[in-house]
Write a protein that binds this ligand. Structure first.
Ligand SMILES: Cc1cc2nc3c(=O)[nH]c(=O)nc-3n(C[C@H](O)[C@H](O)[C@H](O)COP(=O)(O)OP(=O)(O)OC[C@H]3O[C@@H](n4cnc5c(N)ncnc54)[C@H](O)[C@@H]3O)c2cc1C
Length: 340
């Protein structure tokens, strides 16, 4: 049965029947990626006449909107990571495989993974996005991203280590470099993180780090556009900027970062000026986390898959994309595809 013709009207009938993953006569649906998109989709396939395999390289779902809380030590990592087996374990027709998908072979209808090759009848790609450094190797090497729980834990560790370092370093310049947190990218992640760091300065330093001169800690938020949160309404941008500035965040709009020298701890801006900082947090962009194997014509802007309104990827058969990796075509309201 093609996925397109399976509608909610059939759901009641299918509920009366028990389908099992071990039944190899059922069509196999492989879903790559258990983020918001992949996981919700898989849950909808519970007790339907499909044999479903959810593949993710991690064995837990990450609640990305709260990563900044883990990074700023407000939440523990296990508050935002949820094991897939707890979520889908009870569903008899759905199996989970922890594996990294390395390649897709559309001609053979196979996915090649770190734990072997799997055959599909229908393939759903929901691999989300990854941090985009726009080809700058220095920023990729030294900049801190915030896309995964590991990123958040690394960032948290780095922030706390810099606080400790600032106490024992001798020169004022080194202290300032340790306590200067520069966030590049004024989208939702950058804005949330800037606010959280400013709150640390305001609430945590005076109680837990009495040896640090609070005035030395700076939070700078850099944005290339002329406003923060450029995908939202201008009124929201204004309100966010006002709120952050009230918290003590220095917001720099119309500012482009050119490069970073991690040895000298210097961030070079397009106007030639330099910011001294040992902490560059990079939230300036994402690109599609696509998997090799599909024809060039299947990809659109930002490495995302071009899909039709049924979520079928252009120029391939029985392969669909969901979530951030999908670039919807044919919606006149969004001629460049839906925003991520
Ligand atoms: C810090 C942060 C804050 C955010 N805050 C908000 C917010 O407040 N509100 C909001 O609406 N959105 C927010 N977002 C965006 C939101 O989290 C994404 O839109 C959403 O997670 C996209 O879901 P997805 O399922 O497409 O991809 P993802 O959630 O990224 O999931 C992709 C999954 O695919 C897996 N995967 C990738 N490649 C492979 C491979 N080759 N093999 C196996 N598995 C693979 C990954 O492990 C991951 O589990 C935020 C994002 C971030 C990073």
């Amino acid at each position: 049965m093609p996925l397109q013709t399976f509608s909610g009207n059939n759901r009641f009938y299918y509920k009366l029947m028990a389908y099992h993953y071990s039944d190899k006569t059922l069509p196999t649906v492989i879903v790559i990626g258990g983020g918001f998109a992949g996981l919700e989709f898989v849950k909808k396939l519970n007790n339907t006449p499909f044999r479903v395999i959810l593949i993710d390289k991690r064995n837990y779902h990450t609640f990305q909107p709260l990563l900044y809380q883990v990074a700023s030590a407000g939440l523990s990592a296990d508050s935002i990571g949820f094991p897939y087996r707890k979520k889908i374990g009870p569903f008899p027709n759905i199996a989970f495989r922890m594996a990294e998908v390395e390649r897709i072979d559309p001609a053979e209808k196979q996915v090649i993974t770190s734990v072997g090759t799997m055959q599909y009848d229908h393939l759903v790609i929901a691999t989300g996005t990854t941090t985009n450094y726009f080809g700058n190797a220095n920023l990729e090497k030294w900049g801190m991203p915030l896309k995964t729980i590991s990123d958040a834990l690394n960032m948290r560790s780095d922030i706390l280590q810099e606080f400790e370092k600032s106490i024992v370093t001798e020169t004022l310049e080194d202290k300032e470099s340790s306590l200067n947190f520069v966030i590049v990218g004024g989208g939702p992640t950058g804005v949330e993180l800037a606010g959280a760091l400013a709150e640390i300065k305001r609430n945590v330093l005076p109680s837990d780090y009495t040896e640090i001169d609070r005035a030395l800690m700076k939070v700078v938020l850099i944005e290339a556009a002329d406003r923060l949160l450029s995908a939202m309404r201008p009124a929201s941008s204004k309100a966010a900027q006002k709120y952050l500035e009230k918290l003590g965040v220095e917001v720099k709009l119309n500012t482009i970062v050119k490069d970073y020298d991690g040895h000298k701890e210097e961030l070079l801006l397009a106007d030639g000026s330099i910011l001294k900082s040992d902490n560059i947090i990079w939230t300036a962009g994402v690109k599609g986390k696509n998997i090799p194997g599909l024809p060039e014509s299947a990809y659109g802007r930002g490495g995302r898959y071009l899909i039709h309104r049924t979520n079928a990827i252009q120029d391939v058969t029985d392969i669909y994309a969901l979530g951030d990796i999908a670039l919807v075509q044919g919606d006149t309201q969004f001629p460049n595809g839906h925003p991520q």
